[in-house]
Write a protein that binds this ligand. Sequence first.
Ligand code: URA
Length: 440
Amino acid sequence: MRMYDIIERKRDGFALSDEEIDFFVTGYVAGDIPDYQASALFMAIFFQGMDARETAHLTMAMARSGDMLDLSSIPGIKVDKHSTGGVGDKTTLVAVPLAISLGVPVAKISGRGLGHTGGTIDKMEAIPGLAVAPSRERFLEIARTVGGVVVGQSGNLDPADKKFYALRDVTATVDSMPLIASSVMSKKIAAGADRILLEVTCGNGAFMKSVDDAIELSRQMVEIGENVGRTTVALITDMGVPLGACIGNALEIREVCDVLQGRGPADVTEVCLELAANMAELGGKGTLDACRTAVREQIGTGAAYAKFCEMVGALGGDAAALADPTLLPQPACSRAVHAPRGGFIYAMDTERVGTSSVVLGAGRAKKEDGIDYAAGIVLAKKTGDAVGEGDTLATLYAASEALLDDGARMLLSAYDIRDERPEPRCHFYARVSRDGVEYL
Ligand code: URA
């Protein structure tokens, strides 16, 4: 078999055979197929797509490219969660402690930020002392004793996705439906949970820009999960506006603590509660309505916040920094950005907001770049809000005035201020399961 022929067949619109997909995945992971041929194939897939059989086979070949985690030593129905990425999306760090506090075991592997989107593991590393890569034994032990845990990808879990994603990120082939579906589901399948909740973000800050595309991606991922015996549900959430007020790692940890203590912004609170309720329902904790009531109670009693502190402590993190944000990384400089005119925030270019936070130092421009955990943005005004000329739109945090100059310029250009008020936005568009699509 020759890689040249595989690229040519996909370029010309043919479906690849199972053997051709296996040849590519094993060859690329082993280093026998060069990046330029893999890039050419990804671009061909980007334009020609893949059918359901090809996508499912690619997913399983990726999942089997490394270790498959065995979570059987953790009692109960293990539930995993994954977001396809967004700006200010800190939902994992709220929904997981909530689910754990209800007795749903979660042993979750999370990722780092990519492009304009943030990553759970980068946010966790903003907590002093926290180590995101415990040994496999310690990971399982924390999951058993605390009830659940979130850690970074380590060892040899889905090496195909690691290599594919790094290459897709720099070859403009991230936003391809079969490549996203196989990337997400291969990681989830390798990570060993029994049931999977997917948060499929949709809008100008997400990889899926339209609800129809988000539904199609969800359908494909649900089908892949169900075909390998993992009950899978996808919630399609709005990413046409940043989620919550805080964007940036330490800032988002503060917001996570606020939401878990019942004083977070309404949008991110609503999204996190619904995700947690769906995790609890998948975990067999009752009907969705009963789980909705239960998660609210876990916020009110402080049980979910206590679980978050326990998880942070088990990973070596300084839980005192959760109660006292002055112990989190502090920025050297800050600056308010003001509205150039009065009116309503009609729309926000959410991807541009995310890129502004990257420019400030909260994300990486290149894979090997470091992160300034204190950098980021606190939004004072978002889509739908009324503003007067000169009102503060946001406060920016960075290590230097020069970074603030660049970030402020970019953030300001993300705001569309008009005289008319926009239509109100919803937080959820649809729920996709093996029973079909339920519009919300
Ligand atoms: N999230 C993933 O894990 N993979 C993708 O390809 C896109 C978003």
